[in-house]
Design a protein around this ligand. Sequence first.
Ligand SMILES: *Cc1c(COP(=O)(O)O)cnc(C)c1O
Length: 415
Amino acid sequence: MRCQVLSALINYCLSINQRLKNEKPMSFYPPERTLMGPGPSDVNPRILSALARPTIGHLDPVFIQLMDEIKELLQYAFQTKNELTMPISAPGSAGMETCFVNLIEPGDTVIVCQNGVFGGRMKENVTRSGATAIMVEDEWGQAIDLNKVRDAIKSNPNAKALAFVHAETSTGVMSNAAELCAMARAADMLSIVDTVTGLGGIDVDVDGWQADAVYSGTQKCLSCVPGLSPVTFSERAAKVIKNRKTPVQSWFLDLNLVMGYWGSGDKRAYHHTAPVNSLYALHEALTLLKEEGLKNSWARHRLNHLALSAGLATMGLELLVEESARLPQLNLVGIPEGIDDATVRSDLLNQFDLEIGAGLGVLAGKVWRIGLMGYASNPTNVRLCLAALENSLIKQGLAIAGGIAISAANAVYNK
Ligand SMILES: *Cc1c(COP(=O)(O)O)cnc(C)c1O
């Protein structure tokens, strides 16, 4: 009898144990990867620990102070005195949308340059704002042709804005933002600039360029967590937003409303609940950038790019973008004949915990995109990437002498 009770009890305990095993929610622990793709990039541990600090209210006076500091740090990063500078509480794509929906009204005309994926998204934004997009197209992998833009401005003198991508992440191409913004201003058009991948990695000189609406992202060269989009607007652009004839069709992105919360002074009205902890992270990311200094950060991105390209060259891997237009933070690498793109990328991920990017659109299967963004732009990552590529390419039968790629990179660092 006692024995039966005992065994029933044991069975009961076992069944509970089974249930717990099956139903207990489990914590998620991501693998530790090295992120050398087109974004997100590796997040600095200092930023990750800032993220874990206690959440406070989004209207807490201490938080308002933090918001003011973030605005100032963003002004430093963008090299601007623009009042209207803040992070949008959503990823880079929302920064893009913020610029278009606030500046463009139904019936407007916008000249849009496209030399990759993101110019195409600008066009979408223009047409969905009820405006007409005049496209200036260049081959993927080429910088924006200034002559074509000049012609488009001449043929469309009444266009309201000129929109272009400064750093095309789909191709690794940098276009001449200073010149494009100057052309817009000379024609009395607003300039709308995508520098999601530029900020922190190369010179983004908002006031020097006299750019009007500029947006960026947190997960590229700022090495912060994804999900925020720093934006900045010139006084000229701010006036255009204030004097719209029609209300901004997006309630959430309407800057006239957002500024009730992100504007200046002690009185801040609830607009949406700010992503409090993500903003701690952005503050830390910008603090890191200021500690290093903009010029030092650009120089670091450039040096690691040069070391990577020296190593790639020894393996016969070519950078496809003309040297003067290369982005140091995003390297477009041609895949050699007979090498299988997906196999190499999965070797890198599975054997080395290393992520690089695939080609997009017309470049799919033909290129890799190797990012050296923010915290991920360092000599250790350059050597890891070269060693991992060498291993995978040799496995696929490419005749490469082992070790020479890393030696070539080291030679750049030893100079
Ligand atoms: C990544 C990127 C975006 C979009 O940013 P998300 O944070 O992914 O929304 C826009 N433009 C360019 C050039 C980018 O590289």
